[in-house]
Unconditional design. Sequence first.
Lengths: 154, 154
Amino acid sequence: MSQPESALDAALEKLREQHVRITPQRKLILDYLMTHENHPPVETIYQELAPQMASLSLATVYNTLNLFVELGIVIEIPNENGGVRYDFFGRPHYHAICENCGKVTDIYDPNLPQIDEMLQNTAKTQSGYTFNSSHIELYGLCPECQAKGITLAS
Amino acid sequence: MSQPESALDAALEKLREQHVRITPQRKLILDYLMTHENHPPVETIYQELAPQMASLSLATVYNTLNLFVELGIVIEIPNENGGVRYDFFGRPHYHAICENCGKVTDIYDPNLPQIDEMLQNTAKTQSGYTFNSSHIELYGLCPECQAKGITLAS
DNA sequence: CTCGGTGCAAAGCGTTTGCACTTTC
DNA sequence: GAAAGTGCAAACGCTTTGCACCGAG
């Protein structure tokens, strides 16, 4: 068999290890998530993949995404309109979210591991929780919306 | 039990400044949020307040909470089941969230302002966003669920 | 060959909305 | 008195579910 040269293969291997069946649909959706930085909502994923797999159903997209979230391959980002966006979480990062247009930008911060540890230490001391993941979101205005002269209500 | 200078009055004053009408319903809901650390979902808020104001409608609770979020008085915390919990945000803090029982515990960290600044600086440099608020959630197991011997699937 | 996954359509459920009435400022 | 908020119920839209068929292991 081929070496896991591609990130997709590596991710599929991870699925196999967890005894999750690899179907064309799951492969397709995983590949989509890995190659799109746009943090798409479910409907978008479905619409963009439907042409490539005519029979793909929306329910399968939902089911698959929920599965990936449970497996920790993907994380959910809350969407102002009550919806959810999905983000392939191959490398730890946090998010800059535009409160005007809803855009989500990944931030890769070399200090993140240390910051994360500080947060978890403090939280563990204060609350007694044990942790295994962190989500950080910064809310503000993206450059484009700033340029439009938009200011925030609050 | 309310003095002229209570936290509730201060918050109401803040509403007045933003030209938001102060109704008995808004007062009631705001007071509830300020005096309950349990990060309740909408349905809970409604059920606990209904006895105190027989005519209160669920729609008003929704409308009011949305208003408070827009005004920045309250923040939303994503709830695993697609729902949302509400948290009066009087003092900056972050959250420890139990992945098993869903409990949300506030963490008040003296280093939070500095950490926040670091995050925002890095993010601003990388993305060009301007920021005005941060949300941090740490996911894990609360002490009670640890005691039950629960371990996480992922 | 077996069990899990998919597709379809219907059901579910939290949230929003339209309209008439009431209340705040 | 005018504009905004409330309550009720219906409408909405996203997500889940039941069931029969299909395909991965």
